[in-house]
Ligand binder design. Structure first.
Ligand SMILES: [Zn+2]
Length: 120
């Protein structure tokens, strides 16, 4: 028996399955809650950056950080707008479901891995 076979057998055995009977809607709801929290954290972080004096010693760091945070904010905003349209977890490009595991890792995703790879 090869390593791959052993691994597959373990993953698909009934004992393994019973350990994680999580439903997609529950997982999506958790990811969406995380997305909302991340969005609020980004809004707060950016308003803090904007209100800081330009004369502080870390002004250069703040200037470098702001565009990164704005990029993240744009992504969370867009993902939330998709959620408002009832399309959270649906690929923006092909319309297929984005695997819940992928959204758990990054709740702001709006594309499946295949479409993401094509867009790069
Ligand atoms: Zn897709």
């Amino acid at each position: 028996m090869t390593y791959t076979t052993t691994y597959t057998t373990r993953l698909t055995s009934p004992r393994r399955k019973s350990l994680a009977p999580r439903s997609r809607p529950a997982t999506l709801a958790r990811s969406l809650t995380r997305l909302e929290r991340e969005h609020v954290a980004l809004v707060l972080a950016l308003s803090e950056l904007d209100s800081a004096s330009a004369a502080t010693p870390d002004a250069a760091l703040r200037a470098a950080l702001a565009p990164l945070l704005r990029g993240d904010l744009h992504r969370t905003q867009y993902a939330l707008s998709r959620a408002d349209a009832g399309l959270y977890g649906v690929c923006d490009s092909c319309g297929h479901a984005i695997p819940a595991r992928r959204l758990e890792l990054n709740p702001a995703l709006t594309r499946c891995s295949a479409c993401d790879a094509r867009a790069r």
